[in-house]
Structure formats: C-alpha cells, structure tokens
Design a protein around this ligand. Sequence first.
Ligand code: FES
Length: 116
Amino acid sequence: MALVTFSSPEYRDKTVYAVAGSHTETVLKLARENKIPVNFQCEDGECGSCVIKVSSTDKKLERMGGPLTEKEKAVLVEIGKLTKEEMEQMIVDDLPSTWRLACQMIVRDEDILVEY
Ligand code: FES
C-alpha cells in the first residue's frame, strides 16, 4: 500500500491509497479514480499534457515509480523538462526522474508527492 499525495496550486491537497505491486496502475489512473483533475489528452505517453513533478515522502526509499518508458524519456526532453544530457546522466547514474508523465508512471510501493 502506498500513499500518494496530489498537490496543485489550484486545488486542495488530496492523499489517496494506491494498491502497489500490480504493475498496471498508473498515476493518471489513480488520479482519475479519485476525481483528481490531473491534465491529460492522449493517455499514451505522446502529448506531454500529463506532466507531473514527483518527490518521495517516504525517506526509506529513493526510487519513485517504475522506470521511465522510452516514450516518456522522449517526451520529457521534447517538452523541455529535461535536457538530453540530464536524461542521459540520469540513466547512467540510475537515478529517478523528478519529472514524469502521469499516464506512464506506474505506482510502486512507496509514498510520493505528485505535483500537477
Ligand atoms: S496524456 Fe499524453 S502523455 Fe500522458
């Protein structure tokens, strides 16, 4: 069980439980199930409209979500959230990305803050 807190300047923070480990539940799916108005369009990692900023609220774990998908890597660079160099460095160092796409990021068993 993971606690996911959604935070936006326009809405009140909302914390929801996520059933982790299924490897199918994306942050976007979780948001929609809980009526949290995270932006989205394609739901397929193409448009970048669902970009979110993710941080850990569970200091035990460093990793945030499942690994970035190839589409996600390309879109995050394309929309200017990460440079190509930053992306490559992150992959080399095996570090999690602060910027993710809500429709691509799979929730793991960790507590996170999602800013949208
Ligand atoms: S909704 Fe288009 S990239 Fe996520």
